[in-house]
Design a protein around this ligand. Structure first.
Ligand code: NDP
Length: 256
């Protein structure tokens, strides 16, 4: 029988862990024996999620560098050095390129790319000191291919995969791996908002909008947050030590 608690003694910090994919990742980390800290901007929602999951919570905005330094230090004080970092917090907004103004571009780049950069800088010294670490970036299929009306999101997620690859090579001589998972459309608030947006802009029904989103997925369905969480957790297992710099699609065969 395998070890039922392969992540015992590890402290996993999951950004955006209060809902959606992040909450599923936090639940999976806890199930494998890690202690977990979830982060997000909304203290009330975060506390409620932490109580229901059975973990700690620290409110911080991933675009706020000083708040991240303080928040990571507080999390480490409470539960020990952060040896697993899941950069999951993200936003997705679609717009035709001509309507992608600098505000939208900056919002997405700062949250989905610079946020992961800042959080990784805050966590990495502790991992190197502990002599073990896992960084998993939640990118997207939009990090691996182009999508219409998603220039800012695609740029941010392609950037996140570039960061993953560069850091994996830079850290290859250390016991720290850096990988990305790339979900296809997944059943969370982001997809609910996307469907509402398509309905409002095109007059399609919600069912037609959903069919459009899953059309490129050979399995013709949305991904479940738990399926993304399983892939993230697998990358954090002790036996995954030689897997680094990878961008693993969790997308029903949409990309291969
Ligand atoms: P949700 O909208 O359900 O959750 C997003 C999470 O990110 C929330 O917990 C939110 O917390 C947090 N967040 C957003 N902005 C910030 C910020 N500035 N600072 C701190 N936390 C922030 O989305 P998903 O669960 O669907 O998305 C999670 C990740 O998965 C994202 O990176 C997304 O790009 C990626 N992804 C999602 C797909 C999908 O179809 N759902 C497909 C591919 C990738 P709060 O609002 O409380 O601050």
């Amino acid at each position: 029988m395998g070890d039922p608690w392969p992540l015992a003694g590890r402290h996993a910090l999951v950004t955006g862990g209060g809902r959606g994919i992040g909450a599923a990742i936090a639940r999976q980390m806890l199930a494998l024996g890690a202690v977990v800290t979830i982060t997000g901007r909304d203290q009330g929602r975060l506390d409620a999620a932490a109580t229901s999951l059975g973990c700690s919570a620290v409110a911080m905005d991933v675009t706020d560098a000083p708040a991240i330094q303080n928040g990571f230090a507080r999390a480490a004080q409470v539960q020990g050095p952060i040896t697993i970092l899941v950069n999951n917090a993200g936003i997705a907004k679609a717009a035709p390129f001509a309507k992608t103004d600098l505000g939208l571009w900056d919002d997405i780049l700062r949250t989905d790319l610079t946020g992961a950069f800042l959080c990784t800088q805050a966590a990495l010294p502790g991992m190197l000191e502990a002599g073990w670490g896992r960084v998993v970036n939640v990118a997207s299929t939009a990090g691996l291919t182009g999508l219409a009306y998603c220039a800012a999101y695609c740029a941010a997620k392609h950037g996140l995969i570039g960061l993953t690859r560069a850091l994996a090579v830079e850290l290859a001589s250390k016991p720290v791996t850096v990988n990305a998972v790339c979900p296809g459309y997944t059943e969370t608030d982001i997809v609910a908002d996307t469907i509402a947006n398509i309905v409002a802009k095109t007059g399609r029904t919600p069912e037609e909008a959903l069919a459009g989103l899953v059309a490129a997925n050979p399995q013709k369905r949305l991904i479940k947050p738990e399926e993304v969480a399983e892939a993230v957790a697998w990358l954090c297992l002790p036996g995954s030590a030689s897997i680094t710099g990878q961008s693993i699609a969790v997308a029903g065969g949409e990309l291969m």
